[in-house]
Unconditional design. Structure first.
Length: 127
């Protein structure tokens, strides 16, 4: 029995992207003292939009294969570089971490709500 819908697939992708953002932020923070290290990241909204387009039919080759498009992770521009070539800002990374945590919690709550609705529908006859 399959309990996935386009909404749950979208929420799954939302959680995956939030998790990736947390991982990249942790990686950036871990390399704060690495000479020459460049901050990496991605635009969450753009990547979520790309995933939704794939799920919605505009990217059927990717969606049909069950694989959402890979997020475009790369160097973050516009950051101040220290003399050692490192551009990690702990203030920026702390904000990105908090944002990703909030996104994950929101996605988790929405997914829980979806499954609660499914369970309510299954047990409707018992009421």
């Amino acid at each position: 029995m399959q309990l996935t819908t386009s909404m749950t697939e979208g929420l799954e992708r939302y959680l995956d992207l939030s998790t990736l953002e947390l991982k990249l932020t942790a990686q950036n923070m871990a390399n704060v003292d690495t000479p020459g290290y460049r901050t990496v990241g991605f635009d969450f909204a753009t990547e979520m939009r790309r995933s939704m387009e794939a799920l919605g039919g505009q990217g059927m080759a990717s969606a049909a294969a069950g694989t959402p498009p890979e997020p475009r992770v790369g160097p973050v521009g516009g950051l101040l570089e220290r003399p050692d070539g490192n551009d990690v800002s702990m203030d920026r990374e702390g904000m990105k971490m908090a944002e990703a945590q909030l996104q994950f919690r929101a996605g988790e709550a929405l997914l829980k709500n979806q499954f609660t609705q499914v369970m309510d529908a299954i047990h409707e006859d018992e009421k």
